[in-house]
Design a protein around this ligand. Structure first.
Ligand code: FES
Ligand code: FES
Length: 161
C-alpha cells in the first residue's frame, strides 16, 4: 500500500492505495464521494467523469497513483460556495436534462469542461463533445438544451422533448 495525496474539491486528502487502485475507487470508497458514478468500468459511459488538473477524465480509467498530487474536482465540488446549484446544474434542472440522474454527474463535469474550452458552443459541438457520455433515459436532447442554456444562449426556439 502507498499513500496518495490529492486535492479534492479544494481540500487536501490522502488515501492508502494499491498499485491497481483506480481514481474512482479512491473517490467513492475511500473518500466517500459517491456522486461520481460507475456505469461500466470499461471507459465507455462517462458516468465517472471528473476533472483532474482542470481536464475532464474518466476516473475509472486512471490509476490513483498516476494522479498523485493532482487537483481533482468531482460533482460534489460543482455547487456554488453557498451551496446553491451552479449555472450548469441549474440549467439541467430547468431544462429537464435528467431523468434517473445516473449519468448526470458525468454529464455536468463534461459540460463544465466543454464550456471552459468553448464558452459558446453550437448544438453540434455540444453533441460531439458529449460523445463519451452515455445516457439511457433522456435521448440527449434536453441535456444539449441545458448546456446551451448554461452557455447563455437562447434555447427558447429549441423544441421541447
Ligand atoms: Fe467510467 Fe463508465 S464507469 S466510463
Ligand atoms: Fe438516466 Fe441519463 S438520466 S442515464
Amino acid at each position: 500500500m502507498t499513500t496518495v495525496k490529492l486535492s479534492v474539491n479544494g481540500k487536501e486528502m490522502s488515501a492508502e492505495v494499491e498499485g491497481r487502485t483506480l481514481l474512482v475507487e479512491v473517490l467513492r470508497e475511500k473518500l466517500g464521494l459517491t456522486g461520481t458514478h460507475v456505469g461500466c468500468d470499461t471507459s465507455q459511459c462517462g458516468a465517472c467523469t471528473v476533472h483532474v488538473d482542470g481536464k475532464s477524465i474518466k476516473s475509472c480509467s486512471v490509476l490513483a497513483m498516476d494522479v498523485a498530487g493532482a487537483e481533482v474536482t468531482t460533482i460534489e465540488g460543482m455547487a456554488n460556495p453557498d451551496g446553491s446549484l451552479s449555472v450548469i446544474q441549474a440549467a439541467f434542472k430547468e431544462h429537464h436534462g435528467l431523468q434517473c440522474g445516473f449519468c448526470t454527474p458525468g454529464m455536468v463535469m463534461t459540460a463544465a469542461a466543454l464550456l471552459k474550452e468553448n464558452p459558446k458552443p453550437t448544438e453540434g459541438e455540444v453533441r460531439a463533445y458529449l460523445e463519451g457520455n452515455i445516457c439511457r433515459c433522456t435521448g440527449y436532447h434536453n441535456i444539449v438544451k441545458a448546456i446551451l442554456a448554461a452557455s447563455g444562449q437562447d434555447v427558447a426556439a429549441m423544441a421541447a422533448e
